[in-house]
Design a protein around this ligand. Sequence first.
Ligand SMILES: [Zn+2]
Length: 264
Amino acid sequence: MLPRFAVLSTAAVIGFAPFAVPVHGTSHQPPCGRAGTGTAVQSPVEIDRSAVCRRATPKLVIHYPSSVDGKIVFQDKAPIGGRPSEHDDIRFVIGGEGARPYITLGGERYDLANVHFHGHAEHRFAGEPFAPVEAHFVHEKAAGGRGYAVLSVLLDRRGDGRTSEHDRLFTSPPALGTSRNIRNIHLRELLPAERTTYRYTGSLTTPDEEGTYFQPVKWIVFGQRAKAGRKGLQTFRSLWPAGEGNARELQPNTPPPTIYRSPA
Ligand SMILES: [Zn+2]
């Protein structure tokens, strides 16, 4: 255990140390808010792992029960019917029975409302290709007005031909605009093993009933990708015609958001 403890301690010290900003060609990412903004920007954004702010972030604690029930919905937003549009998605909606999954962020509680998927991914790490799919764990502020905290997990194909818990959510989708019940989803298995996160304040990536992309949203993007089966990912992506999908494009924000790296 000692070496592991030593590594964690080192990470913690680095986390509070002054941070030198590397130069990356023509791209410019701000150090700790000097050129970036903490005000909510439009999402999604590109994240440069080498140009993030390493100051302390609010403590994230994930309180997910071992399994939850709910339903899989192929959500149909306007225009209704026909073929799936860019704002439609497959989502796991948490049922009202049993222990409620939630997170706390700096002690503030956010309840998990749904887990939904975008293909291809919406967030991208600089220098890396888009992941085939991105999962959003949407948490709603439990008290004190409307607000969201979203855990974002990029999904890659498994190389061993097997499936994962993610496949249970999108491999056999109901028809557009319909739903089916599902039981015993193991939420914690949907997260990557390594828990380093990248955080910024942004917006929802689909419009609400008023047609606006709500702000502020606390984005918590995992640095490591989780895995799903090749067939499941293909099934999900094939719901939209070739070349289309339900991902919002990267948003050009000026100034860009300050992005914080939070060690696992
Ligand atoms: Zn989303």
